[in-house]
Design a protein around this ligand. Structure first.
Ligand SMILES: Cc1ncc(C[n+]2csc(CCOP(=O)(O)OP(=O)(O)O)c2C)c(N)n1
Ligand code: SF4
Length: 287
């Protein structure tokens, strides 16, 4: 399948020229096309931010909702129709700060969705404040003496909560990112792909050059099934490893566990609404 089937008609591009978001968009399209996924079977879900506009530029169904709330929406979409491929694409502020609580609990629930985090270590949309992944000492118009908090490490958090697929990619390597995304999307269960994404306007420290110099791919011999080893490698901060840290199947997904499909395998949209039950439910709120 040619990746141009995922080109959207959106003419109004709001990303800055040179932004790492463009490479992520290309990598997503490439992965979806190589997986031969029909655009009408894919839903992308986002919150608010520059990264969260990715669904506007992709010809799939999409839901662009409230800041930080992409994960519960995506979890519900997948539970309502497990036939869909559900992908969250949003920023590090959106997923790890405002949406941080949802991030933790989505991992616990284990819906079969892929979360792509455009990690530019800054808030882009709101013009350059620190995000949870900003490094110590990072200067912003708000953090005038530099960031003093320890950077949030999404990979070690995800691995410690037993997320079944945890990876990091770099927007400067489109084929490498696309290969990781393909595997993440195919994975059954919750998949996190944190993508190092240069923000060329508000982050003059963590640039394309900086990320290239400060990252490297995990060795072929890295054992993805070894959770302790994955945690150890994800804890490295001097140079950031890229690739799939941890991957295992076997945890039941949210859709399987939530009971909706226990007696009836049909997705909700294929079922008839029981008007009597619905009426009674609505009435119960009127009382
Ligand atoms: C409830 C709520 N809180 C705060 C904001 C302001 N806000 C919008 S986007 C954003 C952070 C964006 O950063 P990130 O998610 O990293 O995305 P980026 O723009 O860098 O891609 C914030 C704080 C908002 N729109 N809604
Ligand atoms: S502000 Fe930064 S993250 Fe947003 S589009 Fe511009 S370069 Fe990209």
């Amino acid at each position: 399948m040619n990746s141009s089937v995922f080109d959207s008609n959106e003419k109004d591009m709001s990303w800055c020229p040179g932004c790492g978001n463009f490479s992520i968009l290309t990598a997503v399209k490439k992965a979806l096309a190589e997986l031969e996924l029909s655009p009408d079977r894919v839903v992308t879900v986002s919150g608010i931010g520059q990264a969260a506009k990715l669904p506007h530029y992709l010809a799939t169904h999409y839901h662009n909702g409230l800041h930080g709330r992409a994960l519960p929406t995506a979890t519900a979409i997948k539970a309502a129709n497990p036939l869909l491929t559900v992908i969250v694409a949003s920023g590090d502020g959106d997923i790890y700060a405002e949406g941080g609580n949802h991030f933790l609990h989505a991992i616990r629930r284990n819906p079969d969705i892929t979360t792509i985090v455009h990690n530019n270590m800054v808030y882009g949309l709101t013009k350059g404040q620190a995000s949870p992944t900003s490094q110590r000492g990072f200067l912003t118009p708000i953090q005038v003496q530099g960031v003093t908090s320890e950077p949030f490490n999404p990979l070690t958090v995800a691995i410690s909560l037993n997320a079944p697929f945890v990876a990091r990619a770099f927007a400067g390597d489109i084929p490498g990112t696309s290969a990781i995304l393909k595997r993440a999307i195919r994975h059954r269960g919750y998949a996190l792909v944190d993508i190092l994404q240069p923000c060329v306007t508000f982050n003059q420290v963590n640039t394309f050059h900086w990320f290239r110099e400060n990252s490297y791919y995990l060795e072929e011999s890295h054992d993805r099934s070894n959770r302790e080893e994955a945690f150890r490698r994800a804890s490295e901060v001097d140079r950031l490893p890229l690739g799939i840290f941890f991957e295992h199947e076997g945890r039941p997904t949210f859709e399987e566990s939530c009971g909706v499909f226990q007696d009836d395998a049909r997705p909700l949209f294929r079922r008839r609404v029981d008007r009597e039950k619905l009426g009674a439910l609505i009435d119960s709120y009127r009382a």
